[in-house]
Design a protein around this ligand. Structure first.
Ligand SMILES: Nc1ncnc2c1ncn2[C@@H]1O[C@H](COP(=O)(O)OP(=O)(O)OP(=O)(O)O)[C@@H](O)[C@H]1O
Ligand SMILES: [Mg+2]
Length: 485
């Protein structure tokens, strides 16, 4: 066979290869289809149709309104839709003036939510998610998590997301900074969704707690709810409600964290019921600083003294003894407590709890205080006793009564490990960054995290700032039968 040198024609190289090595594995090339032009046109027309239908369904409300108005104009002349629009505008203004909360709820929030959905989330959804690495490409096709719903609050948006199959919330938690920058939010948090495979993304647009706010007005006695005293604000701008009935509250925060403002806001919210004789506050003030200022407000006031009959320890023991007497009386009669003049709801406020249980120099006083507190916290809940303890140090060795306080507030803490010690395991991972709260009083004092009954996720809150003048006013409001111990 004669060798021949020549340029290969198209498709010939495979045959030449086979000639060189008859045993070589055959190589297959995909056939090239030439699509008829008509078919290309049909496919594109169907795609455009599907996109239009999706757009119409997604924007069903504005599309229906516009087409309705258009139809009216076409059928009856253009003055008719103009009159209809004017009437609707007048109706909305009247609604806004007369019933503002329901107007905000049913008109402003949904409209704002729709606007944010269109102008922010849907618009930037694909580029931000691609850059943050939350999409997947498989066999050349891009899979994008879907945006289900947007809800707008006064300071934050909640976006419901259907994740990709096989994706976990962790993947989103790792890129919250990318999402925040991508969608122009201050902060993003990932919350459990309404069903598996879905999550809520919480975009904080504006920090409602950035600047301190003054003491809240003293409420009417009828508006005071011992299951939810309003003492400050939550991050979304809604009221922060603190439960006292049937629980005990521990406030943990480093020095200057604002424990005083939580205590004083609580006392202020209780004031009308204190004046009515249905609530008594007994104050224990080892440092003689925080609570002495409002001493006339307290039914009893105890401070540190080395005298063994010791003011504050005696106060706690009296409270424990009275609580036992109440428990005896109520046993088998009633299971739920309602405050009365005979049996007022008693709030025992202890500033600097750790002094009583760890730092007090007299060992005997320490033991007595600890056992009285243990009795009060373990049995007092159902008979109208509530202990509010404040302390700087959250470590276990300092306060072994900590687990007796069902409700806890973490203000600014010195170390990240203390967050879970105060709020329970996993709280910091779920967003309670109490160790990162600013130590500048204007920014961070009174700011903290709480766990509410309704959700396992910690909520950021700030207590109202009760100034010395406010306390003076509260004292001046006066209690009919003040008895300072
Ligand atoms: N809710 C608040 N808003 C704004 N500023 C506050 C608030 N609470 C406290 N502050 C400011 O922070 C300062 C310290 O607060 P506070 O005395 O309540 O701290 P603390 O936690 O009780 O500290 P310590 O453990 O040293 O007693 C206050 O003097 C006040 O200026
Ligand atoms: Mg203090």
């Amino acid at each position: 066979m004669a060798w021949e040198f020549r340029k290969l024609g198209p498709g010939e190289n495979v045959a030449v290869e086979a000639q060189r090595d008859p045993f070589a594995a055959p190589k297959w090339a995909p056939p090239v289809w030439h699509m008829p032009e008509g078919l290309v046109l049909v496919v594109n027309a169907v795609r455009a149709l599907v996109r239009t239908v999706v757009f119409l369904v997604r924007n069903i409300v504005p599309v229906s309104v516009l087409s309705g108005l258009g139809w009216l104009g076409y059928r009856y002349g253009w003055t008719v839709p103009v009159v209809v629009l004017a009437l609707v505008a007048v109706g909305l203004v009247a609604w806004a003036v007369l019933e503002r909360p329901s107007f905000v709820r049913w008109v402003v929030r949904p409209a704002h939510g729709w606007w944010r959905l269109v102008a922010v989330y849907r618009r930037h959804w694909q580029p931000v998610l691609v850059t943050a690495g939350l999409t997947k490409v498989h066999k050349g096709r891009e899979y994008l998590p879907s945006l289900v719903r947007v809800r707008c609050g006064p300071t934050s948006d909640r976006v419901l997301v259907k994740m990709l199959k096989g994706q976990a919330p962790d993947a989103w938690e790792n890129v919250t900074a990318n999402l925040a920058h991508g969608f122009g939010a201050v902060l993003v948090r990932v919350r459990d969704g309404d069903r598996p495979g879905r999550i809520w993304l919480e975009f904080v647009r504006r920090d409602a707690l950035a600047v301190p706010f003054p003491a809240l007005p003293v409420p009417d006695a009828s508006a005071v709810d011992l299951s939810g005293l309003v003492i400050g604000r939550q991050e979304d701008g809604s009221p922060w409600r603190l439960r006292l009935l049937g629980t005990h509250v521990l406030i943990a925060g480093a020095t200057g964290a604002g424990k005083g403002s939580v205590i004083w806001s609580t006392v202020r919210a209780l004031l009308p019921l204190m004046m009515a004789g249905l609530v008594e506050v007994w104050a224990v003030d080892p440092k003689r600083m925080e609570l002495s200022f409002g001493r006339p407000l307290f039914e009893r006031y105890g401070r540190y003294s080395s005298d063994p009959s010791g003011g504050m320890v005696a106060l706690l023991e009296d409270a424990a003894a009275d609580m036992n007497a109440r428990a005896e009386r109520f046993a088998g009669v009633t299971r739920s407590f309602t405050p009365s003049h005979e049996h007022p709801f008693r709030v025992i406020v202890v500033d600097e709890l750790a002094f009583l249980t760890a730092y007090c120099p007299e060992r005997d006083l320490r033991k007595r205080a600890e056992s009285a507190l243990a009795v009060l916290t373990s049995q007092g809940r159902s008979v109208g006793y509530c202990v509010i303890g404040a302390q700087q140090d959250a470590r276990k060795e300092v306060n072994n009564l900590r687990n007796l306080f069902p409700d806890r507030i973490a203000l600014r803490l010195d170390e990240d490990e203390q967050v879970d010690m105060v709020l329970g395991d996993g709280a910091r991972d779920r967003g309670a960054l109490a160790d990162q709260i600013s130590s500048v009083p204007e920014i961070g004092a009174g700011v903290g995290f709480v766990r509410l009954e309704t959700t396992p996720d910690p909520v950021r809150v700030r207590a109202a700032y009760v100034s010395d003048d406010d306390i003076r006013d509260m004292v001046a409001l006066g209690l009919p039968d003040v008895e300072a111990a």
